[in-house]
Ligand binder design. Sequence first.
Ligand SMILES: C[S@@+](CC[C@H](N)C(=O)[O-])C[C@H]1O[C@@H](n2cnc3c(N)ncnc32)[C@H](O)[C@@H]1O
Length: 210
Amino acid sequence: MLLNKLTQQLGHPRHSFTGWLVKTVLENINETLEGNAAKLVQIQPDNTVLEVGFGPGLGLQKAIHYLTESKGILYGLDYSEYIHNVASKRLQEQIASGKTKLLLGSVEKIPLPDSSVDRVFHCNCYYYWPDLKTCSAELHRVMKPDGLMVATMSMIWMKKVVSLGLLQGIKWQPEYYMDALQATGFRDVRMEEMEDKGFKFNAIFATASK
Ligand SMILES: C[S@@+](CC[C@H](N)C(=O)[O-])C[C@H]1O[C@@H](n2cnc3c(N)ncnc32)[C@H](O)[C@@H]1O
């Protein structure tokens, strides 16, 4: 019962005790994964950048530092109202300056124009998407030709989480996402094992087609 609730809240945190618990856990364990996703996606100072499934907003906080030119803009998209409130508070200053915009919606239908985004990153997120091909095609639609996408996750952690009984029936294995990326126009799709200060993680890279 509690495991089911936690699994649901991980995929869509809501204003509740378990939602707060999930948010607090994410804030405490995912900074390295979020920071590396923002770093590996090679943000240029004038880029338009999108983070999907930003959760408490730690990755957005890291990404904003790379956008040093006035043209550079950062979007975050998440469908959880609760998580929007949390991240809006954390990113108050960047939002007030107009440099960061948080969008409420699903990755199935991203409220951005075609070919408008240079970089996309996400972290611990694709497992919850309703249909990987639909969502991957939507990412490709908003990305500029040759734009880079990076997703980070930890296979070691995921295996531990699954062994605890969480994420039952969820297709979290990277192969599912990589197949969807390949099927929807991305090229150079690959996964690398990486390490940051002793923390082992995986990064999936994909480039939007020309
Ligand atoms: C496990 S949390 C990860 C949050 C953050 N990236 C981290 O690693 O700490 C998954 C996040 O993805 C969001 N999410 C899941 N499915 C989504 C979808 N289809 N569209 C937009 N956001 C989604 C959830 O609301 C949640 O904030």
